[in-house]
Structures are given as structure tokens and as C-alpha cells.
Design a binder for this molecule. Sequence first.
Ligand SMILES: Cc1ncc(C[n+]2csc(CCOP(=O)(O)OP(=O)(O)O)c2C)c(N)n1
Length: 334
Amino acid sequence: MCAMPVRKEASLPLSRYDKETLKFFYETMVKIRDFELTVEKYFFDGEIPGFVHLYMGEEAVAAGVMANLRKTDYIQSTHRGHGHTIAKGAELKPMMAELFGKATGSCKGKGGSMHIADFSVGMLGANGVVGGGFTMATGAALAQKMQKTDGVSVAFFGDGASNRGTFHEAANMAAVWNLPVIFLCENNQWASTTPYRTTTSVDDIAVRAGGYGMPGVIVDGNDVFAVYEAAKDLVERARRGEGPSILECKTYRIKGHFVGDPEMYRTKQEVQKVLDDTDPIPRFEQKVLKARAMTKKELEAIRKQVETEIEEALEYARTSPEPEESALFEGLYV
Ligand SMILES: Cc1ncc(C[n+]2csc(CCOP(=O)(O)OP(=O)(O)O)c2C)c(N)n1
């Protein structure tokens, strides 16, 4: 029997959250937003090479999920990977340097935005191949199971990627082998220029969980509390050996598909409406202030500290050396 997915809302009162978790949510979301605003500027200025996809608008997903993960857990990211990398705990200096293509970057300047990785924090890689992460996260989860750790793997993916064969192959295998993997859909309503419903046969991606005999959960992905609580349940059940699941977070990307996208496929009003109504950062601020869970002063202090960190990362990246020509063939399998 195929179970239908469950829709969940945040239900814990804010008084049940400790200060550290609240700070993690805010700091992570603001860090992602500010990091990317900086990246966007320097890409337009011509200092950042390559191709850049921004995560802005989807910050609550990365922050809510990663608050449940340990450094030793694994994540597989997408082509839109800055948010995942920051939230998993990567340092900003080597990250920024990577985007600038510098020798001090986390991948020595060879990965750039779309192929950034940081194994030291369990971030196994962003990926230019849409749907390329499902099978790798499933493989990582197989390793975790065989090594008898209680670690989990999370495969982030977009709504567009859910229509690739790799999603279905990995979901089936993860279910058959009862692996500790969470398939984490960031349904941002668009796959490049294509609206969700044009290419996808169902209203909710999480419906597909039933076809593989695993639980599916749907949350408002712009509410960090809802994401956190739903991810917590699924991560804990995976750690207990109860197997894979799908969590679908309904969200929205507020910038173009890539930096420089003329965005001919949607109106400015559509984007503005999301910014006005559901942008996860002001939403968080309003909620914690209203509940007196954090003060304006505390929020301001976090913003200031993030600003400084990003300035330092930028300075580091801009003043770092380019990779040597001799490094071209290092790190290759031959
Ligand atoms: C296998 C493959 N097919 C097509 C592309 C081109 N492409 C890059 S991003 C993208 C859309 C992906 O949409 P989605 O998975 O919803 O992620 P989002 O961009 O919305 O975050 C496509 C089709 C690609 N990079 N890889």
C-alpha cells in the first residue's frame, strides 16, 4: 500500500528552542544571504569566473535541515550549493576563494561555485549534473550503514531533478537496503525557465515516497521552524536504522536561475510578492521578536558579526594567489 505524504507545520512553541539553535538559524540564513549578495556583485564586476547559481530565498531549508546534522554526517548538494555548504559549517574564507578560482580555495580553485566541496565538514560536493547527487548520497549512506555508524546522508535536489531516472533508482535502492538517507527536495517552483507543473505529473514530489514504501513529508520551506522539526523526525528515524524518507520543502528562488538570467519567464510582481510575504529571514525576525525569544540587539549583533566575516573572506579571496600552472594536473585520476 502506498501511504500518502504528511503535511506538517511547526508545532513547538519557541520557548522549547534553546538560544544556540535560534542563533544558528539566524546566523546561517543571514550568512548565506550576505555571502551571495557579495558573490553576485563580484560576479557582475568580472572578478568571479565561471557560472553561478544563487540559493537566495531558500535559506530556511539549509538552516533547518543542517541544525539536525553532525559534522560527520554527509550531504550531497546541487548546482545551487552555497547555502548547503555554509550551513554544513564550511569556513567562508576558502569558500569565497574557491569561487574566485584561487589556489587557497576549498578545491584549490578547480571546482568553483558549481563543484565546490568540503569533505572536512561532510559536504561531499555541489554538482553540475542535475540529479547527480542521489546515487552518491545513497552510496554514502550505504557506507554509513556498513560501518555501523549512526550517521545519515542527505541528498538535496530540486523539483526538476526529481524527474530524472537517478532519483527513482536511488530511492528504490535506498528503500530496499533500508539506508539512512533523506532525499531533501527544495521545490522552488521552477526548473530553470520551466514552471513546476509543466514537467511534473504530481502536485507534490513527496507523493512519490509512497511508491518506494518510505515516508514522505511536506513542509513550508520558508519557515525554518517547520523545516527543522520535520527534518529532526526523519533524521532521528534514519539514525535509529528505520531507513530513508523524502522531505519536500516548498520554497522559492528569489534570484534568477543563474547570475545574469534575464528572467523572461516570470514577472517582477511574482518575485516581489514572495519577498513581501514569505522571505524566510524577515519572517524569522518577526517571529522571534514577537515571542520575545530573541532581542533586536541580539539579531543586530549577529548581522554585524556576519558582515565582518564576509568582509574578511572577501579580502582573503581577492588577495589570494591564482593556482600555479603546474597544479593543473594535480588531483586527477590518471
Ligand atoms: C543532467 C542535466 N540536465 C540538464 C541540465 C541543465 N540544467 C541546469 S539547472 C537545470 C534546472 C534544474 O531544476 P531544479 O532541479 O528544479 O533545480 P533548481 O535550479 O530549481 O534549483 C537544468 C535543466 C544539467 N545541468 N544537467
